[in-house]
Design a protein around this ligand. Sequence first.
Ligand SMILES: NC(=O)C[C@H](N)C(=O)O
Length: 323
Amino acid sequence: MKQILALHTGGTISMTADDSGAMSPSATNPLLDANPALGARVSLTTEDIFNVPSPHMTPKLMLQLTKRIERAEAEGIDGVVITHGTDTLEETAYFLDLTLGSTIPIVVTGAMRSSNEIGSDGLYNFQTAIQTAASEGAKGKGVLVVMNDEIHTARYVTKTHTTNVATFRTPTFGPVGLVTHDSVRFFQELINQETSNIDHVVDNVFMLKAFAGMDSTMFDMLPDNTNGLVIEALGAGNLPPATLDGVQRLINRDIPVVLVSRCFNGVAEPVYDYEGGGVQLKKMGVIFCQGLNGQKARIKLIVGLSNGKSKEELAHYMDNAIS
Ligand SMILES: NC(=O)C[C@H](N)C(=O)O
């Protein structure tokens, strides 16, 4: 029988709603007593590692999770399920993906409705996540996110809706698999990527979103101890001309400036050669990061910096999200 470890971290999946409908963390995690139907097929051990709403999640807590999973793997566990709030689920899942060299299935899940709400999706998602973690097909696929019957990669999945249970989507590429009543099917191969063994996380890595009429004000306000910046740029990867002096000043301070697109689909590439266009940004030393959204690129930049990568290594690492 497969040994599956469930690590509960909090989020709506572990919350209860009061009479007014307001949700908050339950004193006792409702998932601890849950018997998600697979009880007879897998041996499930559960642990409340944290009990936080996911807006309280930090890279430091993410690193604690990495270390806990590494220990579990060394102890011979066959698969791990992490339950998590959905707001920052994609960031934790991607952090784990970048820092765990695991070949056992690692599956992250959550819920949009609290445990005592009508139509609660928590127990169901927990069950399908366990099903996936116990499947042979999920081995060696990196960290997966299972929600609403779909299997997504941690690298590309994102929360797209504030309340809908079908909120997790993978723009551009689509999900990699499907969980049915009695099967776990994969229909896309994931291209492998580098994982980094880190023992600390750097802080002060910031993110700014570009907008029409933006100037250098926000760039110049970044503190002296800034370690990195991700810009969600316009379209294929362009910025308003008035931002360029501010961006250049950051690059002159040797702060890595990484660019993704604020578009929901597609990748950022240096294609335009007008003032503020991607071709010019690339020449200035801005690092283009293809295929990741802003919050994922920020997690990747934190991991790369924490891994002590040189300027050149970092540029290659950040550039290399698709291949
Ligand atoms: N559905 C959820 O889990 C949302 C919640 N605010 C959280 O991320 O903790």
